[in-house]
Design a protein around this ligand. Structure first.
Ligand SMILES: [Cu+2]
Length: 483
């Protein structure tokens, strides 16, 4: 087959040509459907981002971060995107793979790239949050997944301190899937990247006010794969797997589908041995849910129920992530045969009886007084705003540590540690009974969580922070060095 240009492949993808094989870079790229923002008139069939799959243990990807013009709910709007779409392409990997990303910064400002949740080096040209890729520059990222890398749904987005919330809110994010050897039998798998955004009267992404930044901005529009209120279609009896990414800058999602059977297979990384029946799933910004849905006939809505994430204390107003409809699920036609049983997953690792080398306490706080950028409220961890030159936590490689993460503020803060996953062992004063692994944990207002972290396989210097990305940009971030 004649190699064709990437641009041409994108055009073919946009026209719905499934499974186009592209010869560029000597690899196979399969574009199922570009969907995304090109087709975002409210109510249309759900589109999927392009899927790029590793072959022979390697995936090489070119990602252009650039402004583009698209249609959202029938309006012409200007956004930012990777590869001319929102979300960016889904990257499909296997444990042990090498991922190479050529990031081209066609924005008019600096950016960089974070692969959220991947257990890879934070050094050099890997998952290094201290890099700055200036406007007009190109940078080659190179990530090596260990052979026992956890499976699950991960994602990528910019991580340049000070502009993370702005760039992500404008459309820069995409999903990463690390696949299992033994997949769960399903009629179809959907990657659902949920984000929110607001536009001004000219169709430009609305700028956040100082109050928006302090509370954590939430957009007026909720998007699923870049679309407003898309329709998901299926037949009764079909089992679907939904890999949901909360790519909102600050909004918590409480997902529910009335009248449908939801099962939670996993959150963030790995999967449980057996799926759990659930009525709803709470995702903080940055969290992912791996859901199984066995379809029942009828038309229902995928909704986010409201969630009160606290308030500003003396500043007055509370911050609630309001309820909203995300998508419509239309299940029609003849029933299909009952799906094959879900194979048991591996027994998750459990560190509750492990010997702990060191215990630490970290405190997330909001304080009155001048914070970063002259704001009237400061956002700190252990009383300090982020300083990339300061190392806040030094950890011995190979140690298992226990961290108590406190929150003295009146607002919930989701805590994210790069590179090393955390086992949640205590939440709201109660022990967590099942082995529960996360890379984002919700630290409740005025409360605490306890996690155990195996600092294994990988050494280097990276960050932990609040995943309300406005808070991260305001300084609620610290530096860890493992070595
Ligand atoms: Cu926060």
């Amino acid at each position: 087959m004649e190699p064709i240009s990437r641009r041409r492949a994108l055009q073919l993808g946009a026209l719905g040509a499934a499974g186009v094989v592209v010869g560029g870079w000597g690899l196979t790229r399969q574009f199922t459907d570009l969907g995304g923002v090109r087709t975002t008139g409210g109510g249309g069939a759900l589109g999927s981002p392009a899927e790029l799959r590793s072959t022979g243990g390697t995936l090489r990807v070119e990602l252009d971060a650039a402004p583009f013009t698209g249609d959202v709910a029938g309006r012409r709007v200007s956004m930012l995107g990777y590869a001319d779409g929102v979300p960016g392409p889904t990257l499909r990997l296997r444990p042990g793979d090498r991922l190479q990303v050529q990031l081209r910064n066609n924005l008019d400002e600096a950016t960089n790239l974070h692969v959220h949740g991947l257990h890879v080096s934070p050094e050099g040209n890997a998952d290094n949050p201290f890099l700055t890729i200036n406007a007009g520059e190109t940078f080659d990222y190179d990530y090596q997944l260990p052979p026992d890398h956890p499976t699950g749904t991960f994602w990528y987005h910019p991580h340049l301190h000070g502009s993370v919330a702005d760039q992500l809110f404008a459309g820069l994010y995409g999903a990463i899937v690390v696949e299992e050897d033994r997949p769960v039998p399903v009629a179809r798998e959907r990657v659902l990247v949920i984000s929110d955004i607001s536009f001004d009267g000219q169709g430009n992404v609305r700028r956040a006010s100082q109050a928006d930044r302090m509370m954590g901005r939430e957009g007026d529009l909720l998007l699923v794969n870049g679309q407003v209120s898309p329709v998901l279609e299926g037949r009764p009896g079909e089992r679907e797997r939904w890999r949901v990414v909360n790519a909102c800058s600050s909004r918590f999602l409480r997902l529910a589908v009335k009248g449908q059977q939801l099962q939670l297979l996993g959150m963030d990384l790995g999967r449980s041995e057996r799926p759990d029946d659930v009525d709803e799933v709470l995702l903080a910004p940055g969290n992912r849910a791996d859901l199984l849905v066995t379809l029942r006939a009828g038309t229902t809505e995928l909704r986010t129920l409201g969630f009160d994430r606290g308030g500003m204390g003396m500043m007055g107003s509370g911050v609630a992530s309001g309820p909203a409809t995300l998508a419509t699920l239309a299940v029609t036609g003849n029933s299909v045969a009952v799906a094959e049983p879900v194979p048991d997953g591996p027994t998750p690792r459990d560190l509750r009886d492990a010997s702990v080398a060191r215990r630490r306490e970290l405190t997330m706080a909001m304080g009155m007084g001048m914070g970063m950028g002259g704001r009237m409220m400061s956002f700190t961890i252990d009383g300090k705003e982020f300083d990339h030159q300061r190392t806040d936590q030094e950890v011995n490689a190979g140690d298992i540590e226990e961290w108590t993460i406190r929150n003295t503020s009146p607002m919930d803060h989701p805590f994210h540690l790069h590179v090393w996953p955390m086992q949640l062992v205590e939440e709201r004063g109660r022990p967590v009974e099942e082995p529960t692994w996360r890379d984002v944990v919700i630290v409740p207002a005025g409360g605490a969580v306890v996690v155990r972290i195996p600092f294994e396989d990988i050494v280097g210097r990276t960050v932990y922070h609040c995943h309300i990305l406005d808070h991260e940009d305001l300084g609620m971030m610290g530096v860890i060095e493992v070595g």
